[in-house]
Design a protein around this ligand. Structure first.
Ligand code: SF4
Length: 291
């Protein structure tokens, strides 16, 4: 595989083959995000290059590939005439393939018709990772997410109606100290309304050079303390009522890795958070946290 710049994928795609079918993020405005600032010009790679990469990977490890993750930051933005040959090749080249997944914004889903979403599912796109980060519209505006909570609900409903599973990602601390309570409560409500199969919480780190870092440097954004962010996590877990979602905080950015199914395991997870808040469970040290 040929890769440009740094690659990112969700923790649950650690064992996936990564195909970099797009370079960068077509949105690239979220104030906290540093992931694709080294690739300021978004582009879709030519299909022939992607297919050559897939054939090369198949020749080396084809029998072992069970998952393909299509990068970079919002690969769902690709048109169908790019997706179709890539998904066809994945099915043809990897006999043990179980799923293909990618990151997606609410806008990417809105730009696809219901027919296109169903076709993507039929061709093998089984899961999209969406990061609303917050359910609080004021927070979403401040972090320049590019979509409202309601637009995320619509996108998740349309993806699920097409048979595509949704993994929804929320970002502890995204509202700053100023909107911490609103952010946590509204995020739980959005997680309920999106009703995804998978839910995850990450913890905000202010990355130098981002617009958010400038706001923090000038006192216009204050990052909640680790205890405040655990409080957000507690409110989120206690309030989220999806039908049955696998929930994890196993991302390296988090202070406390917890997991289970929501709402089934909510009480047990809240107990663990309370133990951590009381100092009876160790938190991941700052030096061990990652983005
Ligand atoms: S949509 Fe995702 S990858 Fe793109 S700027 Fe926002 S957080 Fe970063």
């Amino acid at each position: 595989m040929r890769y440009v710049g740094k690659l990112y994928r969700p923790p649950s795609e650690a064992d996936a083959l990564i195909l970099q079918a797009t370079i960068g993020c077509s949105w690239n405005h979220c104030t906290y995000c540093d992931m694709y600032r080294d690739k300021p010009t978004f582009r879709v790679r030519p299909v022939d290059e992607c297919l050559a990469d897939l054939r090369g990977a198949a020749a080396r490890v084809g029998g072992a590939v069970e998952k393909v993750f299509v990068a970079d930051g919002d690969a769902l933005v690709m048109p169908l005439d790019h997706w179709a040959p890539i998904l066809d090749a994945c099915r043809a080249l990897f006999p043990r393939l179980r799923r293909v997944s990618c990151y997606a914004t609410a806008g990417n889903v809105a730009d696809k018709s219901d027919d296109e979403l169903r076709r993507l599912r039929a061709l093998g796109l089984a899961l999209i990772y969406m990061g609303p980060e917050s359910g609080d519209d004021e927070t979403l505006k401040r972090i320049a997410k590019g979509a409202t909570a309601a637009e995320h609900v619509t996108a998740a409903q349309r993806a699920r109606a097409a048979g595509i599973d949704v993994s929804a990602i929320f970002l502890l601390g995204a509202g700053g100290v100023a909107r911490s309570a609103e952010h946590a409560a509204a995020s739980a409500a959005l997680a309920t309304a999106m009703d995804p199969a998978f839910l995850a919480a990450l913890t905000l780190t202010i990355v130098p050079g981002t617009p958010l870092a400038k706001l923090a440097d000038t006192g216009r954004f204050t990052l909640p303390s680790p205890a405040q962010m655990l409080g957000e996590l507690r409110a989120f877990v206690a309030g989220a009522r999806p039908t049955d979602a696998v929930f994890r905080t196993n991302h390296a950015s988090n202070y406390l890795p917890v997991g289970g199914r929501l709402p089934r395991d909510g009480a047990r997870i809240v107990e663990a958070i309370d133990l951590a808040l009381a100092g009876a469970l160790p938190l991941r040290p700052e030096r061990a946290r990652g983005l």
